[in-house]
Design a protein around this ligand. Structure first.
Ligand SMILES: [Fe+2]
Length: 124
């Protein structure tokens, strides 16, 4: 995406500042929740009971609630497109390991966990 002069200046200005505050918002990966923390574990003997419990607990969810989950899942499924689009923006250097590219990769990892959890939840 090509930006006009002032927008590109803003992208560059923010990109230079990102590293100073990104640590506040992007936690180290080993401290983050993972989708498996919220889903039945197929390695346990109780897996099928856990799936049944999950299904029972969600049986009464409204159509609207399910529609939102499906809509969110569809949005999350487009994640590779969003990342590609963001990485291609003027002012973002994909080869960098800092600034915008660092934030975009961290954001993508976070969103990917949402995607994975939603997809598995709906599947089960
Ligand atoms: Fe998300």
């Amino acid at each position: 995406m090509t930006l006009s002069g002032s927008r590109l200046d803003v992208m560059r200005f923010v990109g230079e500042k990102i590293d100073s505050f990104v640590g506040e918002y992007l936690k180290p990966i080993e401290t983050n929740w993972q989708p498996a923390d919220f889903l039945p574990d197929a390695t346990r003997e109780t897996f099928f009971d856990e799936v049944k419990q999950l299904q029972e607990s969600t049986r009464e969810l409204s159509y609207d609630y399910m529609a939102v989950l499906v809509g969110d899942t569809i949005t999350e499924e487009a994640l590779p497109t969003y990342e590609s689009w963001l990485m291609d923006m003027e002012g973002v250097n994909q080869g960098d390991s800092h600034g915008w590219s660092r934030w975009i990769r961290g954001w993508t990892a976070e969103e990917n966990r949402h995607r994975h959890l939603l997809k598995k939840f709906l599947y089960l």
